[in-house]
Design a protein around this ligand. Sequence first.
Ligand code: SME
Length: 206
Amino acid sequence: MDKGTGYESPFLKLFMAHPSKITNLANASSIIFNALLAFPKYFGREDGRAVNWCGGTLSSYDMKAAADGGKLSGFYLDSALFPAPRIQTNTATTEASSRLLLGPFCGKPACQFIHTAPGKARGVCADAYLTRTTIVVPEVDLYPAHIACDGETKSEVVCPLVLEHDGATTVLGVLDLDCLAVGGFNDEDKVGLEKMAKLLVNSCDW
Ligand code: SME
């Protein structure tokens, strides 16, 4: 099986039988991570070529934009999906605007949020989110303002999660993969991940 076929793997659809975004993002990160590790020709677990991080970040809920009735930097979440806590032990109750929050992933712990506001935005995830385009980074050390979560990462690909709904287009977050090798990802990965991102976005309620 080649990478293109792998990315179109029909079993992804099986895991998308429920519309919860958290459920589906969690399974998607595990499926992609483990499926790529099972491709020794391209990645594998040996020779420092492995994919070492896979996951997504989601746009945070923009309280100010919501209050203003203005434009969203991300998406509003149905309160039924994120109900108020039954036991509130933290004083921080509002989410800062214009940043991406860490979602389900496989790999070592990563930074919790990434700014996307003008003047603060930096890194591959913010760039992919803001430009709504997939970014393939052959060598992370050469990417301006790259954010190093796992110091072992050598290359990266970030694909935006874009929802088209009722004639509008909303970017929800990004799918991010890291690799231990320089040049781990190419156009084949870009095309495959974009297909998977579309399937994932269309499988969830937002
Ligand atoms: N490298 C990313 C940050 C996320 S970690 O790779 C998991 C960036 O530059 O945005």
